[in-house]
Design a protein around this ligand. Structure first.
Ligand code: HEM
Length: 186
């Protein structure tokens, strides 16, 4: 994955736990890189090693690390460098989700070698939809859950996300039931 992903993991850990914890995580992961280059591709394996080392060092499940990372991605990484792209994709949670399927093709203009996730929305109702998530990568379901929770916070909209079909359990791809309320978070 592009270096911006590892950089975002670094930013999340340093902001929440400090730089010395990040150094511990890198050495636990066996990653000997001082500065990740946003525009360079790194092996996916490296990102997964950093996540599992973070889980070990922080003593929290890898799923929780991925969820925190998803939130951080939406609320900090995407806002900092790519606020325009985010704003153009919608100004409410349902609008943003409806436009999600085309989102990474715009990201791909900035990152030509992107191997993007595929999203599709079905069963769209006033307060819910089914979000279909397709990827060649395994193990990122909780990242998607964190992304949805981050979007809920971004749009000040209470949201719940449940995995209703799982690729790990034999389904063709992962499907999430996403529900939101129109009452703004206090
Ligand atoms: C402007 C903001 C964003 C940028 C610049 C961006 C960019 C990227 C990049 C560089 C990757 C790594 C893939 C690779 O290097 O081949 C990635 C992966 C991913 N992105 Fe985004 N993204 C953004 C926002 C979002 C949002 C809002 C969502 C969903 C709500 C999302 C969902 C994902 C997922 C699930 C992956 C994991 C890859 C996979 O499933 O195979 N991204 N994105």
């Amino acid at each position: 994955m592009y270096g911006m992903v590892n950089k975002a993991v670094e930013d999340m850990v340093c902001t929440q736990f400090g730089e010395s914890v990040w150094e511990d995580i890198k050495s636990c992961a066996g990653v000997d890189i001082d500065v990740f280059m946003s525009n360079e591709a790194y092996p996916d394996e490296m990102t997964f090693q950093l996540v599992s080392a973070a889980s070990e060092v922080l003593k929290i499940p890898a799923e929780a690390v991925l969820e925190a990372f998803g939130e951080h991605w939406v609320l900090h990484t995407a806002q900092k460098g790519y606020g325009g792209l985010m704003q153009a994709n919608g100004s409410t949670l349902p609008e943003f989700l409806a436009n999600l399927p085309g989102f990474h093709s715009r990201v791909q203009m900035l990152f030509p070698k992107l191997q993007p996730p595929g999203f599709e929305c079905t069963d769209v109702m006033e307060n819910s939809l089914k979000l279909h998530y397709r990827t060649h990568r395994a193990g990122l379901v909780h990242f998607v859950i964190g992304l949805m929770q981050g979007l809920g916070k971004l749009f000040n909209t209470p949201v719940t996300v449940h995995l209703v079909e799982s690729k790990e359990q034999g389904a063709d791809h992962d499907v999430f039931d996403v529900k939101w309320s129109n009452d703004a978070i206090e």
